[in-house]
Design a protein around this ligand. Structure first.
Ligand code: HEM
Length: 104
């Protein structure tokens, strides 16, 4: 088996995703401080407020505390920061630049 073959191991990839979903190494990502007043949904956030993003939200998942890699088998949900229910590497401009290395 060569390193390139890992790409073909579909079930293995779901296991990696499930580990990152259930045990995200940085569940609160990296704290941010607001520059000016802003809104998150209906919440008004004052300038210079420290904001923590909770990357582990059980409400988005069926049987959230079960280790069940199959949940990712027929799913396009990915950890690259576009599916906000699954952001173990954060998202946006300050998202983790080491995703590929981290996955390896
Ligand atoms: C499984 C492995 C890893 C996980 C789960 C992880 C997760 C994270 C998270 C959650 C953040 C904050 C993102 C945010 O707040 O939006 C972050 C930032 C960062 N990560 Fe990783 N990381 C991993 C591996 C790596 C590796 C291997 C590198 C470098 C080779 C790396 C370099 C960085 C850097 C430089 C930042 C700061 C980015 C910035 O603030 O602009 N990470 N990572």
């Amino acid at each position: 088996m060569a390193e390139d073959d890992i790409e073909k191991l579909l079930y293995f990839k779901t296991v990696v995703k499930e580990i990152l979903r259930l045990y995200p190494p940085y569940p609160l990502l990296v704290p941010r401080q607001t520059i000016g007043k802003c809104y998150i949904r209906e919440h008004e956030i004052q300038p210079e407020t420290l904001v923590f993003v909770n990357a582990w939200d059980p409400e988005h998942w069926k049987n959230p505390i079960e280790f069940w890699p199959e949940r990712f088998l027929d799913s396009a949900i990915d950890y690259r920061g576009l599916d906000f229910e699954f952001i173990p590497f954060g998202a946006g401009r300050s998202g983790c630049p080491g995703i590929l290395m981290g996955i390896i």
